[in-house]
Design a protein around this ligand. Structure first.
Ligand code: FDA
Length: 419
């Protein structure tokens, strides 16, 4: 049986990064993934350019049952640290929007960087290789041939893990689970990480798709389906008065519902059965705008509105309020104030209740996961000695905007320090 210091399962963002850092500490690392290729999610991220971090990261940009959990790891490996690494690999990048950093060339640059860091650390990689079973034995290790040259063995395990894989059984004093979440199963997402947590009696926070488009009942959505493809900046909110969450981002109409950055952000906070509220013209007081137009214009109401909103949307909202008895299909100077105010209200506060989401098939991430109560915020080691969880498999979910990769780097780094 081959012996390693550490076996890491999952060669995605967190697993690759952790493997490189641990290998460069002198640890003998085996990295396993069941996919043919590493890091498929990095490859498709950010439209192929990978939004690899954000200039402004704090634990406030993450959801978790324990919102402060991510703080320690995030403070010990910051966006500046990752930018320094990019600098060493001469990878060019740019800021796109709200601190979001993307590769100039391609997401492949990040994958190449991670593989180079693993090579420098002498990491052994087995792919495609699946995990059949994991066992922990408290007994003292036997035949420690070829193990660590590192002096630090800070993991609290006294026993060893045996991992039965499709390429044979291996043994290590630490096991790191970096298998990610459940989103996009067609590129390799599985529930292995959660199953291993359960095997060792570690608690889980229920998982759900997050950063995901919202869907509506077909009949209720029919009037809006014609707006598919239309995009505009909005303010979007969910939750009650005390716990409301809001974002200012773009909204995209689709055939089945709503998408775009604003909707993806709010989807992580949306609770099934509750509504969302949208201000379709967040920079303008629509009621005053319509009153001013009424005093000086004879154009149709929809024509006036089209200087505030995309024309198709203005038409649809006027038709909508007409259908609701508002009768706004007329020159604006003839429209009663009551009708204009109702229309303004519907633009500034469109309330709608999604029936669901597009699910893991389309979700960028999985919210929930291994409960942070069972993990050390310093090292990501679980209360099962020598067993670590990093990246998306943990109940730490970032906003859209590079936060999920920053969590992968930071949690991978914190774990490698503890190994
Ligand atoms: P990740 O999913 O990267 O890796 C898990 C690895 O484990 C995979 O290689 C998988 O094959 C392997 N694995 C799973 N089950 C296994 C098993 N049973 N046996 C062996 N191996 C197994 N984030 C961000 O910050 N900026 C962005 O631009 C984007 N963009 C984006 C676009 C799209 C389309 C998606 C789906 C996601 C994003 N994300 C993102 C989110 C980001 O990709 C995600 O949070 C990180 O990749 C999580 O890193 P992990 O290493 O935890 O999991």
């Amino acid at each position: 049986m081959q012996q390693f210091d550490v076996v890491i399962v999952g060669a995605g963002a967190a697993g690759l990064f952790c493997a490189g850092v641990a290998g460069q500490k002198g640890l003998k690392v085996l990295l396993i993934d069941h996919g043919e290729k590493v890091a498929e999610k990095i490859r498709i991220s950010g439209g192929g350019r990978c939004n690899f971090t954000n200039l402004d990261v704090s634990s406030a940009n993450f959801l978790s049952e324990n919102p402060r959990f991510a703080k320690s790891a995030l403070s010990r490996y910051t966006p500046r640290d990752f930018l320094a690494l990019l600098g060493r690999h001469q990878i060019a990048f740019h800021e796109k929007h709200k601190g979001q950093l993307f590769c100039d060339r391609s997401a492949e640059d990040i994958i190449t960087l991670l593989l180079a860091e693993c090579a420098t650390g002498g990491v052994t990689r087995w792919q495609p290789c699946s995990v059949n079973a994991v066992r922990y034995s408290d007994a003292a290790p036997s035949g420690e041939d070829g193990t660590s040259t590192a002096t630090s063995t800070s993991t609290s395990a006294s026993g060893r893990y045996e991992v039965d894989t499709s390429l044979g059984t291996v043994s290590a004093r630490a096991l790191v689970i970096a298998t990610g979440g459940l989103s996009i199963p067609k590129i390799g997402a599985t529930d292995l990480g959660y199953r291993i947590a359960k095997q060792f009696a570690l608690p889980l926070v229920e998982t759900r798709p997050a950063l995901v488009p919202l869907t509506f009942d077909e009949a209720a959505w029919a009037p809006f389906a014609q707006l598919s493809g239309l995009s505009l900046p909005v303010e979007i909110a969910t939750g009650g008065k005390k716990d409301s969450t809001r974002f200012r981002e773009d909204l995209l109409f689709t055939h089945r519902g709503l998408s775009g950055p604003g909707v993806l952000q709010i989807s992580s906070y949306w609770q099934a059965g509750t509504g969302i509220r949208l201000n379709l013209s967040p920079d303008t007081d629509v009621a005053s705008f319509l009153q001013t137009a009424k005093a000086s214009s004879r154009k149709r109401v929809a024509n006036e509105l089209s200087s505030l909103l995309p024309a198709r949307l203005a038409d649809a909202w006027v038709a909508h309020s007409t259908a609701a008895g508002g009768s706004a299909e007329r020159p604006i100077n003839e429209a009663p104030d009551k009708v204009l105010n109702l229309l303004a209200e519907r633009i500034a506060r469109w309330e709608i209740t999604p029936t669901g989401t597009e699910g893991y098939r389309k979700a960028e991430v999985t919210a929930g996961g291994v409960d942070t109560l069972a993990l050390s915020g310093q090292t990501l080691e679980s209360r099962q000695p020598g067993l670590y969880f990093i990246g998306e498999v943990v109940d730490v979910t970032g906003w859209l905007g590079g936060y999920n990769f920053q969590w992968a780097w930071a949690s991978g780094f914190a774990c490698a320090q503890g190994l």
